[in-house]
Ligand binder design. Structure first.
Ligand code: GTR
Length: 431
């Protein structure tokens, strides 16, 4: 138990929780004083108990240990990179008031006779080559990020949302997610934007991994212990890495200056993509919460048990061991941020997104800071750690770890993008 003043409220929460779970209902805790007592596993102490005192020890020993633990206990083990093929499907030269070029490029992930194709929707400033870019998955199809009727509509399964009833996308959802993608701003600031429908990689429902990319790799993954097989987050991250393989061949984008971004479950995905693929130079997690940037041990809002119950396909089966048993997990999410060091990482929360535990997202950054400093870079701020949990709309963005708490709900807004663009200017433009 964390604080004795919290004993009564904790008992109350426990009683409510037991009642609620007896009735099959989950009642989240939002009371800071009722957080269970916890100790975070140390980023800088090896499995054998040795203190990590230099960059070489981090790289060769501790980073490898932590990555291995996240693979075996949280997200599952992904297969080796497969071959990719690519084909341009469409190109519009004078888009967005003539300032951008829009292309659709199909990237096929090929393994022996099996393949999965993802469609990249690519915006680049016109008359410029080799620009830095953002890459991020979208939730409902590429055609939702922009109202243009020239963007193709996915044939893959989509969630029934916003008027979709038969899990098939149609033109009625064109541009419905445009508010989440500040395309004009991105282009005006000299960046490209690449987005992909996440269901092209793996449809987001639990069908025992019969669809999407998983079956293609069954020969490899069946050799892996069952509990360690990759879930959907790992598959989505794998797709982002294959898209980056393609960007390395694309003259319009500088693949050495790419920021991977994601919101919510796709923010969990961008963090895992950034942790597993060091080619992503900047990693942005927008409201990623449980299984993303938030510390699991705080068990505020969404918990490990709750996420494993609602979305059993996101993580590997070993993650189930930590349902209501977070302290037993050899890692917590600050170590995921640590895996990205010394590359730049930005974590964003929203005041109304208590389900994602904003303070837990902030604390992950704080506890990853020593890894950045060990590697000779700034961490959270150049001067040192922020003294306290920041006020809303007061971004911390001068070091290699950026953070803000935006006023508002679970979403991606223009405000968020403004911070990401400033952050990208520091870490992608100054080369
Ligand atoms: C929620 C889930 C969160 C978050 C969110 C989203 O239902 O509990 O972990 O991922 O979905 O992705 O929109």
């Amino acid at each position: 138990m964390k604080f004795s003043i919290g004993v009564l409220s904790l008992l109350l929460v426990l009683v409510t929780h037991v009642n609620a779970t007896a009735q099959g209902r989950f009642v989240p805790n939002y009371d800071e004083t009722a957080i269970p007592d916890y100790e975070l596993p140390a980023c800088l102490i090896t499995n054998e108990g040795k203190v990590v005192s230099n960059a070489a020890m981090w790289e060769q020993t501790r980073r490898a240990e932590i990555l291995e633990l996240f693979e075996s206990e949280v997200y599952g083990r992904s297969p080796e990179a497969c071959k990719i093929l690519h084909k341009t499907i469409s190109k519009k030269n004078y888009a967005l008031g003539c300032k951008a070029v829009i292309r659709e490029v199909d990237v096929t992930m090929q393994l022996a006779s099996k393949s999965t194709t993802i469609r990249l929707l690519i915006y680049t400033p016109r008359s410029r080559v080799s620009v830095p870019a953002f890459i991020g998955l979208n939730f409902q199809g590429n055609h939702t990020v922009d109202a243009s009727d020239e963007i193709s509509i996915t044939d893959n399964w989509v969630r029934n949302r916003g008027g979709i009833k038969d899990n098939r996308a149609n033109a009625s959802t064109r541009g419905t997610a445009a508010g989440r993608w500040a395309i004009d701003k991105i282009i005006d600031r000299g960046y490209g934007l690449v987005t992909i429908y996440y269901g092209d990689i793996d449809p987001d429902f639990d069908d025992g991994f019969k669809n999407g990319i998983h079956p293609q790799f069954a020969n490899q993954t069946s050799r892996i212990t069952e509990g360690e097989r990759w879930g959907s987050i790992a598959a989505w991250a794998y797709g982002l890495s294959r898209a980056l393989d393609y960007l390395e061949l694309d003259d319009n984008i500088d693949a050495t200056r790419v920021a991977v971004i994601g919101h919510s479950r796709l923010g969990k995905t961008s963090l895992w993509a950034g942790a597993t693929d060091p080619r992503f130079k900047v990693v942005i997690s927008n409201n990623s919460g449980c299984g993303g940037a938030a510390l699991s041990r705080r068990a505020i809002g969404e918990t490990v048990e709750r996420i494993n119950t609602s979305f059993p396909h996101w993580f590997c089966d070993n993650y189930l061991k930590y349902n209501r048993n977070e302290n037993a997990c050899p890692v917590d999410q600050h170590m995921l941020i640590g895996l990205i060091a010394p590359r730049a990482v930005y974590v964003a929360s929203a005041t109304g997104d208590t389900w994602a535990d904003p303070k837990g997202e902030f604390l992950s950054c704080v506890h990853a800071d020593p890894v950045y400093r060990l590697l000779g870079t700034t961490g959270m701020g150049d001067a040192g750690l922020p003294a306290a949990f920041p006020k809303p709309d007061a971004p911390i963005k001068t070091g290699r770890i950026g953070y803000h708490l935006r006023t508002g709900k679970h979403d991606v807004t223009e405000y968020d993008w403004e911070q990401y663009l400033d952050f990208a200017d520091r870490h992608l433009q100054s080369q």
